[in-house]
Design a binder for this molecule. Structure first.
Ligand code: LLP
Length: 463
């Protein structure tokens, strides 16, 4: 596709339809470091580099759309979480955000543990050599086959999510002649301030066992009586993309309260609590995420204080950040295809991917940033909607953004902060080929998940 200039289209910056946006206060050539991975730079010609490599070169070598994952940023974030929580706590990376064998190796090298929630994630973790005792197994409806696999492999903990599962895991462990370490996931009754689909601690939803009506206490009672189980603690995950620490604090307080009740009733002090993941990241300049050390301090302080007042020994804390580690470390690179100016409304910029590589905008109304990254431009900003190539009008990548009005077919644009829940939720809708994930580091690029091919699609189609 040519990189020639687009014939001057209408400039919409001064005719804004109603909506949630403001005209950009800054030069569109400037990048807000907060939303881009740490090694991203931009030269005076506007060319963006990540991991020391120019994106135009990456596009040439790996094609578009593609995810580029900044490996040193990923590793630095793992270390920051591990350092912040220190020796008396455990950090489990939530593999659902994005998992591949390379990622598992990085986690292992950086001293993190891993949370998996399906047989596929467990298989990936084991295939890449994560020691089973550093794996936690989650899910609200683990199959018997998955439970068997996890118990047989010797995972460090299974997080129990229902009364049926307490029995299933206990029986499976007994059949294998083992005593499985387990936690019980409770719903603490917190309304997390996030999208309804990713809030998980209010009572009316499928995860966990409710604290409020005594169900969680009953689950503890049953788990303690079963020989196949070693109950090591209580787990709570309140939701995802959360900035306000208040929900975590209420959750920590209620979990500690349950520990005190368990001590009073059974004379047992459960040694661990897990406060889940869910910490928000910056998708746009308006988001203000917390640093891992602030989070560790806030959670550590509240648990210590609550335990002191209940006369409990402080349990070992674990957390399960997924998005906060991998989210900021990747960008998606797209090539601009068609550009459709709609007079008085906005300009639709279509790219060569869409809801098959990023379903989050359609699913959660998620907001993203976007920038022209193959060159600089002094043209006026124009209000755009970046859309994909799928057969749906909801196929939106970035709902409202400003790009230079001389944007042209063939330009490269990048969407930052796509490391979490983009490749892992990618689909083959319209028989799209899922994009590759390319790790970039110190001037070198390496495919860690290759691009799907038409042969891959046809291999499954055995009719
Ligand atoms: N632990 C448990 C038990 C979880 O269910 C989750 C996420 C995490 C940890 C990690 O949460 P994080 O730190 O990544 O927020 N697809 C949605 C997010 C769903 C999260 C599901 N559970 C999205 O794209 O926003």
């Amino acid at each position: 596709m040519s990189r020639s200039a687009h014939p001057a289209g209408p400039r919409h910056a001064d005719v804004l339809p109603e909506g949630h946006y403001t005209a950009p206060a800054t030069d569109l050539n400037e990048l807000d470091a907060k939303v881009w991975s740490r090694t991203v730079t931009r030269d005076e010609n506007g060319a963006l580099t990540v991991g020391g490599i120019e994106v135009a070169r990456l596009a040439e070598e790996f094609g578009t759309p593609a995810y580029f994952l900044d490996e040193s940023d990923f590793r630095a974030r793992c270390r920051a979480w591990a350092d912040a929580f220190g020796q008396d706590a455990d950090v489990f990376y939530a593999g659902k955000a994005f998992l591949s064998r390379a990622v598992v190796r990085w986690l292992k090298e950086e001293g993190l543990n891993l949370d998996v929630c399906s047989g596929g994630e467990l298989a990936t973790a084991l295939a890449a050599g994560m020691p089973a005792e550093r794996i936690a197994f989650h899910g609200n409806n683990k199959t018997v086959a998955e439970i068997e696999r996890a118990v047989e492999a010797g995972v460090g903990r299974i997080v129990l999510d229902s009364f049926q599962e307490i029995v299933r895991v206990a029986h499976t462990a007994q059949r294998f002649g083992k005593r499985q370490r387990v936690q019980i996931r409770v719903t603490v009754g917190v309304e997390a301030h996030t999208h309804e689909f990713i809030a998980t601690a209010h009572e009316d939803q499928k995860f966990g066992i409710a604290l409020a009506d005594g169900q969680a206490a009953e689950a503890v009672r049953r788990a303690l009586t079963l020989d196949g189980l070693e109950l090591i603690g209580i787990h709570s995950h309140i939701g995802s993309q959360i900035f306000d620490m208040a929900g975590f604090e209420v959750s920590a307080r209620r979990v500690v309260q349950l520990l005190a009740e368990v001590r009073d009733e059974h004379g047992v002090e459960l040694p661990e609590i897990d406060l889940g993941g869910g910490l928000g990241i910056a998708y746009t300049s308006e988001d203000d995420p917390r640093e891992p050390h602030e989070i560790a301090k806030a959670l550590g302080d509240i648990v210590t204080r609550e335990c002191e007042s209940a006369g409990l020994r402080t349990p070992r804390i674990s957390v399960e950040p997924g998005r906060a580690i991998v989210g900021p470390t990747a960008l998606t690179l797209y090539e601009v295809g068609t550009i459709k100016p709609l007079e008085g409304l906005r300009t639709y910029v279509s790219v060569d991917g869409g809801m098959s590589d990023n379903i989050r905008t359609a699913l959660y109304d998620a907001e993203y940033s976007v920038a022209l990254v193959s060159r600089s431009s002094d043209a006026e900003p124009m209000l755009v909607r970046v859309v994909g190539k799928h057969c749906e009008s909801g196929d939106i990548v970035v709902k409202d953004a400003f790009l230079p009005s001389d944007l042209a077919p063939g330009d490269l644009i990048a969407v930052p902060a796509t490391g979490a829940y983009c490749r892992s939720m990618a689909s083959n809708y319209n028989h799209a080929l899922r994009p590759p994930v390319v790790a970039v580091r110190d001037g070198e690029a390496r495919v860690i998940v290759r691009r799907e091919t038409e042969e891959d699609l046809l291999r499954l189609d055995v009719g």
